[in-house]
Each structure stands twice: as C-alpha cells, then as structure tokens.
Design a protein around this ligand. Structure first.
Ligand SMILES: Nc1ncnc2c1ncn2[C@@H]1O[C@H](COP(=O)(O)OP(=O)(O)O)[C@@H](O)[C@H]1O
Ligand SMILES: [Mg+2]
Length: 285
C-alpha cells in the first residue's frame, strides 16, 4: 500500500483511522502489526483484504490494483487472493467444520463439491482436527474453532492470510497451539501472513514486526504507553482539565470542613495532597 489514509466521518468530526501508511509485504513474510486498541489495526487489515476502501492512496494485492476495482471485480479477486481469520472465528454455526472449510472452495467455482470435500478433509488434518469434521462450531472449543477458521482461510490457496487478533478469544494454551501452527505454515509451507494484534506474544513468531499508533505506522517501537501517560502532563488540554478537577476537589474539601463533615486534621492532610498534585502540574496553591 502506498500513502494510504482512511478518514471516517464528515468534516468537523473526522476520525483519521490511518494516516499516509505505506507498507510492502513480501511473499513468504509473516508480518505482525502491533498496536493498542483503536490504533487502526483492523482498518489496515480490512483495507489490505479489500473489505474496506482507503479514502486516499493505492493498494495492490498480488499484482492487482484493488483500490480501483468495483465491488463485483473485488469479490472475485478477494475469494482467491486473501484468506481471513478473525478474533471471534466467524464460522457458520449451522454448517459442520468440514462444510465451513468447503464453502470458499465451492463459492470460488474452482472445485466440484467432491473435490472441495476431499481438500477440506486434508486441510482439517493439516490443522490437527482430524476426526472432528462433522462437529458444528458450537461443539468445538475456541481454539479448535480458530483452527477450522485457519483451514478455511487456506482453502483457496490465497496469496496472503490476514489475521485480526487471532488469539484474542482463546486461552493461553490454545493460543500457543495456534501460533505454532501459523509459524509452521509460514516457515515450512511458505504461506504469507499479516497478523494485527495488541498481544506481544504474537510478535515472537514474526519474520518482521511493525508498529501502529493513532493510524501512523512505525518501523521501530514508539514510546511505551506509560511514557505516553507521563507525557499527558505536558498536554495543555489535559493539564487544564486536571487543574479544574483540583479546583472542584478543593471546593468540596472546604465545604466539608465548614460543615464539620471532616475534622481539621483530615482536612489538612487532604489539602496537602491537593497541593502536591498541583505542584507536580507546575501550579502553586
Ligand atoms: N466505521 C467507523 N466509523 C467511525 N470511526 C471508526 C469506524 N471504524 C473504526 N473507526 C475508528 O477508527 C480508529 C481505528 O479503529 P480500528 O481500526 O478498529 O482500531 P483497532 O483495530 O486497532 O482497535 C478508531 O478511532 C475507531 O474508533
Ligand atoms: Mg481491531
């Protein structure tokens, strides 16, 4: 993607979900995009996967300039080019595991039903779910459902598999199984992956990690969240809001002192606390 921006909402309330993002993912990579909640990860992933369109910029997937295609052309390209794995599995509940994996093959028109069934069996074996073909999603654990979703994502041999918080709703053991499987599919089978997550454990299987904050992509980790909290003190708006809060607390303290709701000693201690906070914000009380 080149110079991609995504803006939600009209002028005045515009939210920049992505700002001038340029990113190249090479065949065979396992790219992990790390970022906190709300940083633009899903927006980025959905734009690469052609589920969403950029407001500005160009997107090329497997040699196709998808940012210029209409919906019909997109849905034809999408089903053979990208595989999706979502945090909440998004399997179809009234289909069996096998039928869920067959579905994209049947929809592509490239496979007969019996070919799709045969390939789906192998895909389920590949992700370690042999014997569970006839189960419905509700009869599978979260980790098993996610492995069905991975098998489904691989069904049409996509150029890239896109994963949005793939370990976000499974326990630690299932997460580690999923990550080992993905690592194997990448290193041994050569599948290309882009995974977006806030979970640092996922970065361990990456061949490359990039970082996203407030819609901006970074090659190196930006300052930590804690440093950002400290930096809040330097934001004029936040500092002012904090000072106004202190004033309210001060007024409340005086009122409680006058009414006798608290004694002079507690009052003095509370006042000292407010003074200290004010001093940290650079104001004398
Ligand atoms: N459909 C939408 N309309 C308005 N704002 C949106 C929409 N989708 C996402 N956003 C905003 O864009 C930003 C990035 O969202 P998202 O890509 O979902 O982040 P993440 O996946 O990292 O949590 C957030 O501020 C979010 O509130
Ligand atoms: Mg998200």
């Amino acid at each position: 993607m080149t110079n991609v921006s995504k803006v939600y909402g009209a002028n005045g309330h515009a939210v920049y979900a992505l700002r001038h993002v340029s990113l190249e993912i090479k065949r065979g990579e396992l790219l992990v995009v790390m970022g906190p909640s709300g940083s633009g990860k899903s927006t980025l992933l959905n734009i690469v996967g052609t589920l969403d369109r950029p407001t500005e910029g160009e997107v090329v997937v497997a040699g196709v300039r998808v940012s210029e295609l209409n919906e019909d052309a997109l849905s034809r390209v999408r089903c053979r080019t990208v595989g999706f794995v979502f945090q909440f599995f998004n399997l179809i509940n009234n289909l069996t595991a096998l039928e869920n994996v067959m579905l994209p093959m049947v929809l592509s028109g490239d496979y007969t039903t019996s070919e799709a069934r045969e390939k789906a069996r192998e895909l389920l074996r590949l992700v370690g779910l042999e014997g569970l073909e006839e189960r419905r999603p509700t009869q599978l654990s979260g980790g098993q459902q996610q492995r069905v979703a991975i098998a489904r994502a691989l069904a049409n041999d996509p150029a890239i598999v896109l994963m949005d918080e793939p370990t976000g709703s499974v326990d630690a053991e299932a997460a580690s199984k999923i990550l080992s499987l993905v690592r194997w599919l990448n290193r041994v089978r050569g599948h290309t992956f882009m995974i977006v997550t806030h979970n640092p454990d996922v970065a361990a299987i990456a061949t490359r990690v990039v970082y996203i904050r407030d819609g901006v992509l970074y090659e190196r980790p930006p300052e930590s969240a804690m440093e950002r909290v400290k930096a809040l003190r330097d934001l004029p708006g936040a500092r002012l809001a904090y000072l106004r809060m202190l004033l309210v607390e001060l007024r409340s303290l005086l009122r409680r002192l006058e009414s006798g709701a608290i004694g002079p000693q507690d009052g003095a201690r509370e006042l000292e606390r407010l003074r200290r906070v004010a001093r940290e914000l650079g104001v004398r009380v």
